[in-house]
Design a protein around this ligand. Structure first.
Ligand code: NAP
Length: 244
């Protein structure tokens, strides 16, 4: 009998995971996207789009016979991860977190680690390359610094008074990132500690140019089983106590 697996996605890893797991004949895979991005990279297999309606909505969805959930949301999508943990606990559906490791500083990096966007905004001065996503810009609206803001879709809401907007989607190359930082005379890079290769080039570029990086560290995640590789995901799925 096939098991129905829900992948909570919105990341490159979720796309890779769906491609990998749809090859397994024992699984029916459904990927879920929040619907934030206008033209998302769609995973193979079945896809549903939009919020579930909080924990209660997710509980109702899981009860329609979802047998296991893998949370491959972005490390900063903490609300979805906590909702998933609570809903899965409620309906006793096994939950696995598949999380990319955080970036670690290497020699030459000049990181200023902060806990949140308000902490990052407090450190902004000069000409700043701001790459924290279009939904997290409000704390920067009161800053005097000049910003080059890069996001996938255009931001709404309050923006800093002095800025230029660059719409682009990764992955990015280090050489092009160095050129971008140079061309805009950037003094400071602000980034989430997203981890993964797709957006690391700006960190490497800042290191090459000896620029400081204000690194917003990750929010807490719920305590769940965790996998770091596709093999570990397969092993978790094959564990007998995860069969319904
Ligand atoms: P969030 O704050 O943790 O979640 C807010 C709400 O969005 C959730 O309560 C849920 O709505 C809905 N949601 C989030 N992920 C969902 C999914 N995979 N499927 C269905 N509904 C989902 O999330 P966020 O930071 O806004 O991120 C939204 C999406 O963008 C996530 O899928 C994430 O993987 C992706 N993403 C986020 C970032 C980032 O920096 N935050 C970066 C890249 C990609 P309901 O309560 O109605 O269920």
């Amino acid at each position: 009998m096939t098991r129905r697996l829900l992948i909570l996605g919105g990341t490159g890893e979720a796309v890779l995971l769906a491609r990998h797991l749809t090859r397994r004949p024992d699984l029916d895979v459904i990927s879920s996207l929040a619907g934030r991005v206008a033209n998302p990279a769609l995973p193979v297999g079945a896809v549903r789009v939009g919020g579930f309606g909080g924990v209660d909505g997710l509980v109702a969805y899981l009860k329609q016979r979802i047998d296991a959930v893998i949370d491959t949301t972005h490390p900063f999508a903490a609300r979805m991860s906590f909702n998933a943990a609570e809903a899965c606990r409620h309906v006793q559906v096994p939950l696995l977190g598949f999380v990319r490791p955080a970036w670690q500083p290497v020699p030459g990096d000049r990181w200023l680690s902060v806990a949140d966007m308000a902490g990052a905004a407090a450190l902004c001065q000069g000409r700043v390359f701001l790459t924290v996503g279009r939904q997290e810009l409000a704390p920067f609206a009161g800053c005097d610094a000049w910003f080059l803001i890069r996001s996938i879709d255009p931001p709404g809401g309050a923006l800093p008074p002095r800025h230029a907007l660059l719409l682009a989607r990764g992955p990015f190359e280090t050489t092009a990132e160095i050129e971008l930082l140079r061309a805009n005379a950037i003094d400071l890079v602000v980034s989430k500690n997203s981890g993964g290769p797709a957006t690391y080039a700006k960190i490497a570029a800042a290191r090459a140019l000896e620029l400081p990086v204000v690194m917003v560290e990750r929010p807490a995640r719920p305590a769940t089983d965790e996998a770091r590789s596709l093999d570990e995901v397969d092993a978790w799925l094959d564990r007998p106590h995860h069969t319904p």
